[in-house]
Design a protein around this ligand. Structure first.
Ligand SMILES: Nc1ncnc2c1ncn2[C@@H]1O[C@H](COP(=O)(O)OP(=O)(O)O)[C@@H](O)[C@H]1O
Ligand SMILES: [Mg+2]
Length: 359
């Protein structure tokens, strides 16, 4: 095992420190516990990752692994039953425990979020233009005309076709893809430095999904904005993300740059997600292959490695939870077993060379 533990987190190697740009977001041992009917639900159980300015980080995992809860914790968007601990530093500011007043001021201006269902996020009774203008007014004092100009500008930025006309239309007059573009425009109204897209393309058809992903990459590059892509789709991460965090049972179980991770998958859970299907042959919209067994119940987490009951490599050592360590430069994983380290590329699994075919 490499990477000395310092106060619960792995210290970066000096060489790595020099290579990587400074972190915009540094999440360290983040925990979220809900109290439901007198029982503790451990939704996030010690999540650590960092995200550099202008990068795209994919957070991948099965449903219930804590992806959404951990991201909502960053924005103070959890119900009062949530107890959040650990640390999430955004550009030097600690977000955990930040007073709601301060959080509200920063929400949308530092970090903004888009969700899966644009039909439900948009107000069906309000014109598109009014909704975008409202978002602009929440962040800046502009007169009517300037706000309208800025709204059109945002709609152009997200490449909504015929923005001047769409400005006056209602959500139902737009396609699903166009509505998601409007939601992204609304998210960009506060000029955030980090955009969190939580399953933002999951409800869309394959072609539209690819177009929205292209848009996110394009915005990331043009605005120098960091993006967190939350998805259950490992193939999406392989196609678009710079860095990947695989979550299981509320914590990270494998983390690396996409090139490193897909070049040599180490964690048995990630291997199970990849299944036997080479990434090259898997369309970006396919669901995760079904990993046999059930994910852990966050209200009754097992001792030891949470993946143990479903893992083909499990043995007695797994009764003790493996630490999440940097075993190879830039590559973290939480598993006692370093067996089966054959390069999956030999089996045909590769990162897809560029974007999807559907464009
Ligand atoms: N308000 C809540 N009260 C209790 N448990 C919750 C609440 N919100 C989410 N959870 C639980 O937290 C766990 C993680 O949820 P979530 O982050 O939404 O998963 P996903 O990875 O699918 O986004 C799930 O078991 C979910 O049931
Ligand atoms: Mg979710």
């Amino acid at each position: 095992m490499t990477g000395p533990m310092i106060a619960g987190r792995v210290a970066a190697e000096p060489a790595l420190e020099g290579r990587e740009p400074a972190s915009l977001l540094e999440v360290t041992d983040l925990r979220v516990r809900f109290t439901r009917a007198g029982r503790a639900v451990h939704a996030v159980t010690g999540l650590s990752y960092r995200l550099a300015q202008g990068r795209m980080l994919a957070i991948i995992g099965e449903s219930g692994s804590g992806k959404s809860v951990s991201s909502r914790a960053l924005m103070g968007l959890l119900p009062p039953t949530a107890h959040v601990s650990g640390s999430a530093r955004f550009d030097g500011t600690e977000l955990v425990g930040l007073p709601e007043r301060e959080m509200r001021r920063r929400r949308g201006a530092d970090i903004a979020m888009v969700f899966q269902d644009p039909a439900r996020s948009l107000n069906p009774t309000m014109r598109i233009g009014t909704q975008v203008t409202e978002a602009i007014n929440a962040h800046a004092r502009l007169d009517r005309r300037a706000a309208r100009e800025r709204a059109i500008e945002l709609l152009q930025l997200v490449r909504l076709p015929a923005p001047e006309r769409r400005f006056h239309e209602y959500p139902h007059q737009l396609s699903g893809g166009m509505r998601q573009r409007v939601m992204i425009a609304i998210a960009l109204a506060g000029r955030p430095r980090l955009l969190i897209a939580d399953e933002a393309t999951t409800a869309l058809d394959v072609t539209t999904q690819a177009q929205i992903m292209e848009l996110l990459v394009d915005l990331q590059e043009r605005l120098g904005m960091a993006v967190i892509l939350i998805s259950h789709d490992l193939a999406l991460a392989a196609s678009y993300a710079d860095d990947v965090v695989v979550m299981y049972g509320g914590r990270a179980v494998e983390r690396a740059s996409a090139d490193t991770l897909f070049g040599s998958v180490r964690m048995p859970y990630t291997r199970a997600l990849l299944g036997a299907i080479p990434l090259l042959e898997r369309p970006a919209h396919t669901l995760l292959p079904v990993v046999p067994g059930q994910p852990p119940d966050p209200a009754a987490l097992p001792d030891g490695c949470p993946f143990r009951p479903r893992c083909g490599s499990a043995d007695d050592a797994c009764a003790t939870a493996p630490p999440f360590d940097e075993h190879e430069p830039g590559h973290w994983w939480a598993c006692w077993h370093v067996s089966g380290l054959e390069d999956p590329r030999a089996a045909g699994a590769q990162r897809r060379p560029s974007g999807p075919e559907e464009t």
